[in-house]
Design a protein around this ligand. Structure first.
Ligand code: ADP
Ligand code: MG
Length: 459
């Protein structure tokens, strides 16, 4: 083994070992924020940005971390992980640990997943569960944080603040927390509602002189979840009221979970003292799903319709619908519905037809001929070799680029494209396509070349 390259810093060597021990994406999620403060054979001091990460690492990755520290320090150091960044204000100890049963709670067993307490008129979507949530690099952290909070509300990560743009799963995660709590902690009083409901209740309470009962309702819950909290912007009095609700619950160690379309600091016209409170616990961002996650979601949603889409269709959808998960669901629905009303099998043609409105029209001016000529010129290889049988690397790569562009830019089927390139079958085209696509994700230069070729071919 050659990791003890002497001129690399200790942390880099530790990170290298960790990277080898855990999947890349997990390394990114859990260890990227970690810093090494000091390391001797007896003692290792590390920091992480928040308590959530700390506990997760202690729970799941302590073994690998310890091995790495041993290896790099040459001893068996005692490990200390501290919170590095900003100090979290001390949580005031709550009155009693055991949640008090709510007098207002409906009789159990609860017949249906309607939420539960107070004036929340929300009916939970039965599909918005953790089981139905597909994690991936774009949402692993919020997903894990939501699970942790659902498993031990009020204990560690408070508040949990989830943010991300529309259609990426915020409501799904909030409701998944509710489902799990209702299942496992029927003793808890849970209140889930939209920010708008909170605002409306407040305005009504003020108008009717019922502030006392309003306050009682909101300040005597064990878990308060407010969806789309950014709607508090521009609502000064509601913000004020929410501020006090927050303080009361927080000081009593009650769990608060919020979602928003942007991070706390970017919600316009929200009071600074709220912004800072939102950041006390864990702030977790949901990003746009990556390709692999889109594939998994499409597959799952298709199965939900009782259909299994062929690989080719799944990939086609995953490539073309990138905006958000709600749109992906819409696309899967369209395909499934069209197949069922026309009694046709789901294939690429049907998918193209179903999504005609969502997709840019495949540019009809682009021909495979044009692609081959452009690529041949760019790589300095003969056109006839690209279309022939030769397998040498100097030809194989440009040929794969041709197949990639043909698939992206024309509406020819895989079989047609394969036929064009020396009678290769559709799996070869699919393979070439995936390979180039994947390589271009890591290789900026290739991505750039593809862009240029695309421009040339389409103009
Ligand atoms: P938001 O509240 O962020 O606007 P939603 O929670 O309403 O988004 O999600 C939009 C749709 O996408 C919902 O039907 C939800 O079930 C689905 N969805 C979002 N994220 C995922 C995921 N990771 N796995 C499966 N379905 C998801
Ligand atoms: Mg939502």
């Amino acid at each position: 083994m050659s990791e003890s390259v002497p001129d690399r810093s200790a942390w880099e060597r530790i990170a290298t070992i960790l990277r080898r021990a855990v999947p890349r994406q997990q390394f990114e999620t859990w260890f990227r924020g970690m810093a090494l403060v000091s390391l001797t054979p007896d003692r290792a001091e590390l920091t992480v940005p928040n308590n959530f990460l700390r506990e997760w690492i202690l729970r799941k990755y302590f073994g690998v971390l310890r091995r790495a520290l041993r290896e790099v320090s040459g001893g068996d150091p005692e490990v200390e992980i501290r919170i590095g960044d900003e100090e979290r204000p001390p949580a005031v100890a709550g009155a009693g640990e055991a949640p008090v049963a709510s007098p207002v709670r409906p009789p159990s067993p609860r017949p249906s997943p309607t939420l539960a307490y107070g004036e929340s008129d929300v009916v939970l979507n039965p599909h918005y569960t953790f089981d139905n949530f597909i994690p991936g690099p774009s949402n692993n952290f919020p997903y894990a944080a939501a699970l942790a909070v659902a498993d031990s509300p009020g204990k560690s990560y408070n508040p949990l603040f989830l943010h991300g743009s529309v259609g990426l799963g915020k409501t799904h995660l909030l409701q998944a927390i509710c489902h799990r709590l209702m299942e496992r902690r029927p003793d808890m009083r849970i209140l889930y509602l939209s920010c708008e409901s909170f605002t409306n209740h407040f305005v009504t309470a003020v108008a009717n002189g019922e502030l006392d009962s309003f306050r009682f309702r909101y300040r005597h819950v064990d878990v308060l979840l407010i969806d789309d909290i950014h709607f508090l912007a521009n609502r000064e009095r509601t913000q004020e009221e929410f501020f006090h609700t927050f303080n009361t619950l927080y000081n009593a160690n009650k769990q608060i979970i919020l979602s928003s379309d942007s991070n706390p600091a970017e919600i316009p016209t929200i009071e600074e003292r709220l912004v800072s409170r939102f950041k006390w616990g864990v702030v977790a961002k949901i990003d746009l799903p990556v390709y692999e996650t889109r594939v998994a979601i499409i597959d799952r949603k298709a199965r939900f319709h009782g259909a299994v889409f062929p690989d080719e269709v799944v990939k086609f959808l995953a490539e073309n619908i990138r905006s958000n998960i709600r749109e992906i669901e819409g696309a899967v629905n369209k395909v499934a519905v069209l197949a069922s009303i026309q009694g046709r099998p789901v294939d690429l043609d049907l998918a193209r037809e179903a999504l005609r409105d969502l997709l840019p029209p495949p540019s009809s001016r682009v021909s495979v001929d044009g692609i081959v000529r452009t690529v041949a010129e760019h790589f300095g290889v003969p056109v006839k070799d690209l279309m022939g049988k030769r397998r040498s690397k100097s030809i194989a790569f440009p040929r794969q680029v041709c197949m990639f562009l043909a698939r992206r830019l024309t509406s020819h089927s895989l079989e047609e494209i394969g036929g064009y390139f020396g009678g290769r079958d559709h799996t070869t085209v699919m393979y070439a396509y995936d390979k180039i696509r994947r390589e271009a994700e890591d290789d900026v230069e290739l991505a750039d070349t593809l862009e240029k070729l695309k421009l040339k071919v389409t103009s």
